[in-house]
Design a binder for this molecule. Sequence first.
Ligand code: NAG
Ligand code: NAG
Ligand code: NAG
Ligand code: NAG
Length: 552
Amino acid sequence: MKKMGNKVALLALVLVLCYGLAMAVSFVEDEDWRGESEGREDWRRERKGEVREDRRRERERKGREENRRREREGEGRKDWRREGEEEGEEDWRREREKREEWSTEARFLLKDSKRVVKTDAGEMEVVRSFVGKIVDRPLHIGFITMEPKTLFIPQYLDSSLVIFIRRGEAKIGLIYEDVLGERWLKTGDVYHIPAGSAFYLVNTAEGQKLHIICSIDPSEGLGVGTFQSFFIGGGTYPQSVLAGFEPETLSRAFNVSYAELRDLFRLKRGPIIYLNDSHSTSPWPKIMHMKEHARLQHLKKLMDSHEEPAQKEEQTWSWKKLLNSMLGMETETKKRDDRGTSDKGKGKTPDSYNLYDRHPDCSNDYGWSVALDKHDYSPLKHSGIGIYLVNLTAGAMMAPHVNPTATEYGIVLRGSGTIQIVFPNGTNAMSSEIAEGDVFFVPRYFPFCQIASRSGPLEFFGFTTSAHRNRPQFLAGSNSLIRAMMGPELAASFGITLERLQDIDKAQPFGVILPPDTKTKRREEPLPPDTKTKRREDEHAREPKVIKSFWE
Ligand SMILES: *[C@@H]1O[C@H](CO)[C@@H](O)[C@H](O)[C@H]1NC(C)=O
Ligand SMILES: *[C@@H]1O[C@H](CO)[C@@H](O)[C@H](O)[C@H]1NC(C)=O
Ligand SMILES: *[C@@H]1O[C@H](CO)[C@@H](O)[C@H](O)[C@H]1NC(C)=O
Ligand SMILES: *[C@@H]1O[C@H](CO)[C@@H](O)[C@H](O)[C@H]1NC(C)=O
């Protein structure tokens, strides 16, 4: 009789798994580019700067046309997270290099974005990195939005993440050295999630959305698509990796019946779910919402509805084991502080680091900047990634500079402005407007500068591909290499006298962050458009100044 019951349960499980597969496939097919651009709209709706809207729409429209064109060309890469299975990453790389290297005007703006998760509780969008010889290390940039009281279910990735809490509050649970550690994160916090480490994210705030920006480093990835999630929790959508085992194996591994297993894999609302969701058929939201000791109690209760009283004790144990193996939870040995906001004594999970609390590395009337490297925050050592944040007042300029050791990825957090990037041969590679939500990158060695628009401050944040102290070399301003190199050799190289060069050098008293342009009046006659770039470079050369690392 029992055997019969098991067979029925097995059949049910098989059906559930098949359904799951079907769901996974249809999920993928739903994600067309139109849907993706709507997501982009959503994300931007909260931003200011309507002036930029039209320009952006235009850009997106072009982007969409381009994508459609690509699709027509038969690439049909709808599921880009799995595309590697259909076409090798290498092929894709070559294709893309051919297509994109130097082929567009705004070539250093990243526009290949895709919504990879979308549920009623939140979404995740990924802006895919440029891949080509000029980028020493590709980094994708992820944007996660979660409604209040929601959970991004437990998973691990084939890529390491550095997350930045753009707005809101979060609780992150991370398995670190086999123990679950939970950390409460607030706006401005930075946190590193190593590849392969299981984690979950909870938006703990009552009435506030959570916005996270993260770098996704594919260097340890499987090379199949952008990145790969392995969901631990899950059900039919997303599918838990556990569901891939034979039911028999699972039943044995967890020492529970098929019926119990079936109860476990019931989530079908996507990777981001409401924790207040009473209609949910999955036990995960409720379980995750509880304090640790309560979780066990709850699981015990779950068991009661399925098991004979005599078996309770052992069953609790097997459930405990299950939880331990799924989430690495310490159950009895570590009792949590009941206020639920303290993260004392929970494993050796590293602490977060708050960018906004940090004293600026450089600050004057025209803005400030901070840079975070492994010396400030040791988890960055493992990620090999640095972080920076810059705030320029209206019209101010980050002096032309070069990153000699890293590629820089930037995300505009607020405001608008322009970014100029220069080719090694001294021609303008890009001179483009940037606005909130834009993602840009600057290859190592390439000189560049950012200028805030006159209408308001420009705040941007980003990642560099080195956790070592990044020593940007300034090409103009009071700490420029021009000033450091001042001498007859430099004067001769510009073809002017040393006195003349020194005069020019004196004109700029500021370094790193330069005041709004007051020199336009010096330009007596308007410049013809074609000489504009050239002339500007000449001006920079004639206004020498600079150097030393300002990050110190
Ligand atoms: C597995 O579960 C059964 C009850 O279903 C129990 O009798 C047995 O002791 C458990 N095995 C282990 C190793 O805990
Ligand atoms: C959960 O809470 C959110 C925000 O308070 C609400 O929008 C949503 O409808 C709730 N879900 C359920 C199932 O009650
Ligand atoms: C950036 O600077 C502006 C003023 O220029 C200020 O209003 C804003 O709060 C600053 N942003 C941060 C994150 O401090
Ligand atoms: C400068 O280099 C870029 C990129 O290699 C190239 O596209 C451009 O034509 C070059 N310009 C000149 C004037 O050599």
